[in-house]
Design a protein. Structure first.
Length: 236
């Protein structure tokens, strides 16, 4: 499945050595209203235009399916800060840093299909990337929400990325938990971790440190996007 990227962005992850939401879970709490408005309007139209150039290549049946997609949950993208990682033990949130980019799940027939990533740039907005396979993150979100429906407090989710691996992270009763978006290919590399349950973040961090030491590459599943000629897609 294709994944178009518009801008070359140098981001360091740990592996480089150094939908419907329930009422008590707010996955989009970190997304500003103007970002969501842009993504749901001009951003989604740009998405449809790009994907319609090769629907099958992006995992769609035809142009008609592309034309009916809707915008799903969105998150600010946070990356693991390699400089902080050596000293962290129990919190992915503490070791992450915000990017100012926002990634949305694009829905087809109500199911997670692709990604749309946007950002504010120079007082305007632009599309950063479109495409990819969002089914894994969508399943992880569904598992997270079903696991936390009994929580009495409002649950805010953070999206943290390390390479091509995404983690949904939150705090429940004073303890940080997470769930990855692993595909079956990535599961084979991740020492038994999968998206079928919530994981304590201290265990995840312990694994990541082992993976870093062993130079495990979570991007070997073939889902990495490819950069194309840099192109600005700004809107007022």
């Amino acid at each position: 499945m294709k994944y178009l990227k518009y801008f070359y962005i140098l981001l360091v992850g740990v592996t480089i050595c150094s939908a419907s939401l329930f009422s008590n879970i707010d996955a989009s709490v970190r997304v500003p209203d103007d970002i969501r408005h842009y993504a749901n309007d001009a951003g989604l139209e740009e998405f449809k235009k790009l994907i319609s150039e090769d629907p099958i290549g992006f995992g769609y049946k035809d142009i008609e399916e592309v034309g009916q997609v809707t915008l799903g949950p969105g998150f600010q993208i946070n990356w693991i800060d390699a400089d902080k990682f050596a000293n962290v033990k129990s919190s992915l949130i503490d070791v992450s840093k915000p990017t100012g980019q926002y990634e949305f799940i694009v829905l087809s027939n109500g199911e997670g299909k692709s990604f749309l990533t946007v950002e504010r740039y120079g007082g305007r907005f632009r599309v950063i990337s479109a495409g990819g396979d969002a089914s894994g993150l969508s399943k992880s979100l569904a598992k997270m929400t079903s696991s936390l429906t009994s929580a009495s407090e409002l649950i805010e989710l953070a999206l943290i990325k390390d390479g091509n691996v995404r983690y949904l992270v939150t705090n429940v009763d004073g303890k940080e938990v997470n769930i990855p978006d692993f595909t079956s290919e990535k599961m084979a590399l991740m020492s038994g971790m999968d998206q079928n349950q919530l994981w304590d973040s201290d265990k995840t961090i312990s694994y990541l440190k082992q993976a870093q030491f062993q130079n495990v590459d979570p991007n070997t599943d073939g889902t990495r996007g490819y950069p194309i000629t840099e192109k600005e897609n700004s809107r007022k």
